[in-house]
Ligand binder design. Structure first.
Ligand SMILES: [Zn+2]
Length: 369
């Protein structure tokens, strides 16, 4: 099969023909149809995760995976309802299944977790073996290019907002802020509306183009924070919503300066959910957290149940996407663009035929031929 592999860290991926992997009795072989490109693929290629785990090359990156079932392991029960040809997404975060986190369904925070795309097999190849309990069947009419990013970019903010919702932080009389309108933020704005129980949704960013996308995806108000103090931003917020504080924040960036702004704007009994980790540490005053009984939620990726819910929303046509479909041979080029921050929305590697590609690209191809 075709595979794009890390042979050496900090070098471009190497395109190779390698054997189609065997599967274990409890696995399925997924024929990859599309795989999203994530900022963490760049971190992986650049050797960032070597600080935390020794992942020995060759490594196939790519963890936003969707495709079709090609082969089914021998011990997978009929009750699993899986057949060859089924369209599936791959739930990330494969736990050991026995620890207390796995037992309550949070396999993605298992101490023995494994991730597709961070080892021998990943989505930048034609096939990947996946434990059968980590594939979720999806409706055939959904586009692979749109499904792929929903397994990370479109999943991670969903879990973060669910945490705020489950803690009682949302309602018609509340204002929720979405911080950072990148790959994750465009989905976060939509989920803030879908799960917000009538809360007012305000998008915060320092780039007018990104704010325009937030507006398009349902933000009630936009605040351009570039060069503004917390008190200026608070005044602008008050003008827009009638209050100068935020009852909840979903932070998709985790950038230190923006987090300091967020904590300065957080209301009494406010909830701050962070799914981003662009920065490493923050310096914020403690007294307002204690006296205002505020809550900070760390929220990481998502579990199988979260992804199933996201798929239900997708099946109902309730999620909008900004996707750039690319070919397998363009992976290195787009990793460079991702590293430079030059991609708006999500780049998705498509293994489909040219007929499956968006109209604009078909026109481009037709012009070339
Ligand atoms: Zn576990």
């Amino acid at each position: 099969m075709k595979a794009a592999r890390i042979r050496e860290y900090k070098k471009p991926l190497v395109f190779e023909d390698i054997p189609i992997p065997d599967i274990q009795a409890d696995e399925v072989l997924v024929k990859v149809q599309a795989c999203g490109m994530c900022r963490s693929d760049v971190l992986l290629v650049d050797g960032f995760f070597q600080n935390y785990a020794n992942i020995a090359p060759p490594v196939i990156p790519g963890h936003e995976i969707t495709g079709t079932i090609h082969k089914i392991g021998s011990v997978i029960p009929k009750a699993a309802g899986l057949s060859e040809g089924d369209h599936v997404v791959v739930a990330p975060g494969w736990g050991d299944g026995v620890c207390r986190h796995c037992q309550v369904g949070n396999t993605h925070i298992c101490p023995n977790v494994r991730w597709p795309g961070f080892g021998t097999y990943g989505g930048f190849a034609e096939y990947i073996p996946v434990p059968a309990r980590y594939v979720i069947k999806v409706a055939n009419h959904l586009k692979f290019e749109e499904l792929a990013p929903l397994t990370d970019a479109g999943l991670t903010p969903y879990r973060g907002i669910k945490k705020i919702r489950d803690a009682g932080g949302l309602g018609p009389d509340r204002v929720v802020g979405v911080f950072g309108i990148g790959g994750l933020g465009t989905y976060a704005v939509q989920y803030a509306q879908l799960l917000g129980a009538g809360a007012t949704v305000v998008a915060f960013a320092r780039n007018p183009d990104k704010l325009a996308i937030a507006k398009q995806y349902g933000a009630d108000h936009l605040v351009d924070i570039k060069g503004k103090s917390a008190s200026d931003v608070g005044k602008e917020l008050k003008k827009a919503t009638g209050q100068n504080k935020l009852d909840a924040i979903i932070d998709c960036a985790g950038a230190p300066e923006m987090m300091q702004l967020g904590f300065a704007l957080l209301a009494i009994s406010g909830h701050y959910a962070d799914v981003g980790f662009v920065g490493d540490r923050i310096d914020v005053p403690l007294f307002p957290r204690v006296s205002g009984e505020q809550t900070f939620h760390g929220s990481f990726w998502g579990n199988n149940a979260d992804l199933s819910e996201v798929m239900a929303l997708a099946a109902k046509g309730k999620i909008k996407h900004t996707i750039k479909t690319i070919g397998f041979d363009q992976i290195n080029e787009y990793l460079d663009m991702l590293r430079a921050g030059d991609i708006v929305g999500r780049a998705v590697v498509s293994f489909g035929s040219s007929a499956d590609r968006p109209t604009a690209q078909r026109a481009e191809l037709a012009a070339k031929s």
